[in-house]
Write a protein that binds this ligand. Structure first.
Ligand code: 6A9
Length: 804
């Protein structure tokens, strides 16, 4: 009997393991290496990693700039996924002007079996300017990390291959699979040129390489592969030292060696193509029993684009307020930024660097008070245990990794398209909350991620915070749930999301974002999910309240709460990186200063926690959150409102320990409005709206400036948060206006409505009429893009604003 039970249990375990839910199945594979132009991998710590490399062969110089990791220096004239659904696939267009080639990558995911399904990818190319030659060398590589094996099945030939190339592989999670690379019907490999007679054996062939790469190093595939090409090329070119005799065509020289080492786990396949071309890569998972071919893509891509477009117009419609003539352009732009945000989702796994003992002198008091644990206060950067994270990334070129406060915004956007995906990502972030309740602001997991960050920025400090935005994704989910189930928000007495009171969602919205959502379809699953994250979330909230607490000095005399005051830890004399607004002007650092943005975020965090606990029926928690929320709101006015300046300000302390207001007109001063913390009748709201709408201060024809144009530091220094326009902050303003101040009756409603209409037009127009790239921020005076590009994270919020 016992044996039978045990056997049954084994079977159950077996079933559970071999048949992951549809949810994780359809998210197993993806373009999860967003720091590369095209890099597919599964959401597994050690597994198959693929990538695409290309370079021009018009001269010998172009090989020194192979395209692989997204890099501003490559000078591409824009690249973006134009359509991308993480569960289905999509299309990406890359304009490589310097090499005169427009590269298109297409991906179709084919569900089936129980190892995450199969996929087909097509790489196409065409000259950007047909009047000029386009001779580009393309390398597709696949490398296997961890257990298992990968073998090249094609008969090797030391002078290259003709016809398809085939690999068979196996790994613990993927089980058995086949990988094939197949030429399109009209490909023309480069065949002519000086000295071609010397290369006849190799001309027109596909070249390859197989190498044994040490564990954990596949991410350096580009270096191994390019080294092989360059070494061979140097050998050949030695024979051509006299320039007057000319050199052979680079296409014949810059080729892989055509060799595989015994036990290779990294393979590269190279084609040097002339003019228009295409080749396909098929990954067939054995358990799915698929036989994929070019028709998978020929038919699959147009079908995918059609359903993508149809659904996009429903999920992200263009608001009626836009002239019809603009709808098409606006939608193409919205599709691209939404797709690139989703195509920017990456899977990261590995160690990170944490310094548990680091503290600035003004933060040191905190340390002394709770250093029971020796290990925690030991200074010095240490490597942590490896962690896994599925996350969107702000910028594929500059910041291809997870950022805590960016992610709340990303998830708001992603959740509109795919509710459950936003929750999968959220869950990974929640899993990073440590036993104290801390999450590192920047998630630099593993060597590949670290290789993109200068050493001085790698270390994370467990006393440092970042604006708590993740709960936005949760309240948005609850709002979707409520609009898909019976009772209305009003009946439930809830005020969800960012706004003091959420506008009920348009009918049918649940159908839109809930298409195929298991959480929106099953209240039980939804509850279970929220339950599973509630505890760590609470721990996280309590960490904020405990570690970022501020001291109430002189202003405390009139503060209604003795406890609710906050100060960012980990600031330097010039930067408060933790606030997310790095070089925004602040007072001098001290243990006694108080930060308005942080207390506002705490009010917001408390409110969202109240909503979540209320939804879960945690009445005691909800009541205590409500109490704290009121106390914080009172103290925002009591501590931070400067009657004299008619604005909200930080608080500083002088040598006599007296506090004073530190006032710098800009995003900081409008925080209680940005997060909808003020009631619509608040007189302070009037003052804020005046500041917002004043062209001498925040108002520009392209959106709100981070710092008043009249501020002495406007545009000064590194000029990061001293004037430039940030789209996420404009989105917060639009959202507050739309959901609260333009929507609810009050003395400033009309003004709020006017500002809403104008601001939205300014922000949306400035973005979508731009061609080529979206940027990290926009110039405070001209609206031109500034700093990193493409930077999809913040600007993608435009896709939401234009639908409201
Ligand atoms: C610097 C330099 C290769 C700065 O979008 C991510 C963050 C925002 O969260 C923050 O609000 N960005 C904003 O002020 C970019 C942060 C980059 C930090 C790493 C390393 C390396 O350049």
């Amino acid at each position: 009997m016992a044996l039978v039970k045990f056997w049954l249990l084994l079977c159950l375990v077996q079933v559970a393991w071999s048949q992951p839910s549809n949810e994780s199945e359809s998210l197993l594979w993806g373009a999860y290496r967003p720091g590369l132009y095209f890099g597919l991998r599964p959401r597994l710590p050690q597994s198959l990693m693929t990538g695409l490399i290309w370079f021009g062969t018009q001269d010998f110089m172009s090989v020194s700039r192979p395209r692989h990791a997204c890099d501003q220096g490559d000078g591409l004239e824009g690249y973006t996924w134009t359509e991308y659904d993480p569960r289905k696939g999509g299309v990406q267009v890359l304009n490589d002007k310097p090499n005169n080639v427009r590269v298109t990558t297409e991906l179709i995911k084919v569900p089936g079996g129980h190892n995450g399904g199969s996929w087909a990818a097509r790489i196409r190319g065409e000259p950007m300017n047909p009047a000029h030659p386009c001779r580009t060398s393309f390398i597709f590589y696949a490398g296997l990390e961890g257990l298992g094996g990968l073998d090249m099945e094609t008969d090797e030939d030391e002078n290259g291959l003709e016809g398809p190339v085939k690999f068979s592989g196996t790994s613990p999670d993927l089980d058995e699979f086949i990988l094939r690379i197949v030429d399109g019907p009209d490909n023309k490999q480069v065949t002519d040129g000086p000295y071609s007679h010397l290369f006849t054996d190799r001309i027109g062939k596909t070249h390859f390489l197989g190498q044994r790469i040490p564990s954990g190093q596949i991410w350096k595939a580009r270096d191994f592969i390019m080294q092989n090409i360059i070494q061979r090329a140097q050998g050949i070119l030695q024979g051509y030292k006299e320039p007057q005799k000319g050199a052979p065509d680079p296409s014949f020289v810059l080729q892989l060696t055509d060799e595989t080492l015994f036990g290779s786990n990294l393979y590269a396949v190279q084609k040097t193509l002339d003019g228009e071309f295409q080749f396909d890569v098929f990954f067939e998972s054995a358990s799915a029993n698929h036989k994929l071919d070019s028709s998978t893509l020929d038919k699959g891509i147009p079908a995918l684009l059609k359903t993508f477009d149809e659904r996009f117009n429903v999920v992200f419609p263009v608001s009626d307020s836009y002239p019809t003539s603009e709808h098409e352009g606006l939608q193409a732009f919205s599709k691209a930024i939404t797709s690139n945000l989703m195509g920017g989702i990456g899977y990261f796994y590995g160690t990170s660097i944490v310094d548990r003992g680091f503290a600035y002198e003004w933060d040191q008091e905190d340390d002394a008070s709770d250093d029971e644990d020796e290990e925690k206060t030991a200074r010095g950067a240490r490597l942590t245990e490896p962690r896994a994270l599925l996350t969107a990334t702000p910028s594929r070129s500059f910041f291809p990794r997870g950022f805590y406060w960016d992610e709340g915004f990303h998830l708001l956007h992603i959740g509109e398209w795919d509710n459950d995906l936003s929750l999968e990502i959220l869950k990974d972030w929640v899993d990073l909350i440590d036993e104290d309740g801390w999450v590192a602001r920047e998630q630099i997991l593993g060597e590949e991620a670290r290789s993109r960050v200068p050493a001085e920025f790698q270390t994370q400090v467990p006393t440092n915070a970042n604006p708590p935005t993740l709960t936005m994704a949760i309240t948005a989910f609850i709002a979707r749930l409520q609009s898909s189930s019976g009772p209305s928000d009003a009946e439930l007495g809830m005020d969800l999301g960012m706004g003091g009171s959420q506008v009920p969602l348009a009918s049918g919205e649940n159908v839109r974002s809930g298409a195929g959502s298991k959480y929106l379809e099953s209240p039980e699953l939804a509850q279970a999910f929220l339950r599973s994250i509630y505890k760590p979330l609470k721990r996280h909230y309590e960490w904020f309240r405990r570690t970022q607490r501020g001291q109430i000095k002189q202003y405390g005399r009139k503060a209604r709460s003795r406890s609710e005051a906050y100060r960012w830890r980990g600031r330097s004399a010039t930067h408060v990186l933790t606030s997310g607004m790095d070089d925004y002007p602040r007072g001098p650092p001290s243990a006694g200063e108080l930060h308005l943005d942080l207390i506002s975020w705490m009010a917001f965090f408390t409110r969202t926690m109240r909503e979540i606990s209320g939804f879960l029926g945690e009445e005691d928690d909800a009541a205590s959150y409500a109490e704290i929320e009121t106390a914080i709101l009172n103290n925002i006015d009591d501590l931070h409102w400067s009657e004299e300046n008619q604005m909200y300000c930080d608080v500083g302390v002088n040598d006599e320990d007296e506090s004073y207001h530190v006032c710098h007109k800009g995003y900081l001063s409008i925080f209680p409005f940005l997060l909808s913390l003020l009631p619509p009748e608040s007189p302070q709201l009037g003052a804020i709206l005046d500041l917002v709408r004043d062209p001498k201060h925040l108002w520009s024809p392209y959106g709100l400036r981070s710092l008043s144009a009249s501020h002495p530091e406007f545009g000064q220094g590194e000029n990061y948060w001293k004037g430039p326009i940030w789209i996420q902050m404009n989105y917060l303003a639009l959202r507050a206006l739309h959901q609260t101040y333009a929507n609810q009756p009050g003395p400033y409603q009309k003004q709020a409505q006017e500002i809403y209409v104008e601001l939205r037009r300014n922000v949306v127009d400035n973005e979508y009429k731009r061609t080529g790239y979206v940027w990290e921020q926009y110039d405070a005076l001209t609206g031109e893009g500034r700093r990193s590009h493409p930077f999809t994270g913040w600007t993608s919020m435009v896709a939401l604003s234009k639908s409201d």
